[in-house]
Design a binder for this molecule. Structure first.
Ligand SMILES: [Zn+2]
Length: 142
């Protein structure tokens, strides 16, 4: 359960999703809240208007946090987002070290509300060239 304060942040994320849609983009919005309850940043999906498939609000906030916050501050933040982060964003959130994500719709609930769409299958082909590929990795990070 989330409290009334957190519910208001989640409602703001839903409002940002509505703003994204009104602006011609997919309906997703997110905000990042610091440990004291201060809104640090807000983002909307802009994948259509900026013609960039990576411009999900969660990814934009994760990148922002990675640039602007130290590790302990990032770990003390909470992202409120209108939908459960996709795989791309979940990976970025993990790398940015954010502490917690609170979402409104689950991926399953989103799928139930939208027409079925199957992303094209990508063929992954590897591993290859171990002896060559390991050279720039050995000793890293150091
Ligand atoms: Zn995403």
């Amino acid at each position: 359960m989330i409290d009334a304060h957190e519910t208001s942040f989640l409602r703001r994320a839903i409002g940002l999703a509505a703003e994204a849609r009104a602006g011609g983009n997919p309906p997703f919005g997110s905000l990042l809240v610091g440990p004291g309850g201060t809104v640090l940043a807000e983002e909307r999906n802009t994948t259509v208007t900026e013609r960039d498939i990576s411009l999900h609000p969660e990814l934009k906030l994760a990148v922002w946090a990675g640039r602007e916050l130290d590790a302990s501050t990032a770990a003390a933040t909470t992202m409120y987002t209108s939908c459960q982060p996709c795989g791309m964003c979940a990976g970025a959130i993990e790398r940015s070290g954010l502490g917690r994500v609170v979402y409104a719709l689950s991926t399953e609930q989103l799928r139930a509300l939208t027409p079925p769409s199957a992303p094209p299958a990508v063929q992954l082909d590897g591993p290859h060239l171990l002896e060559e590929a390991r050279v720039p990795i050995e000793g890293w990070p150091a």
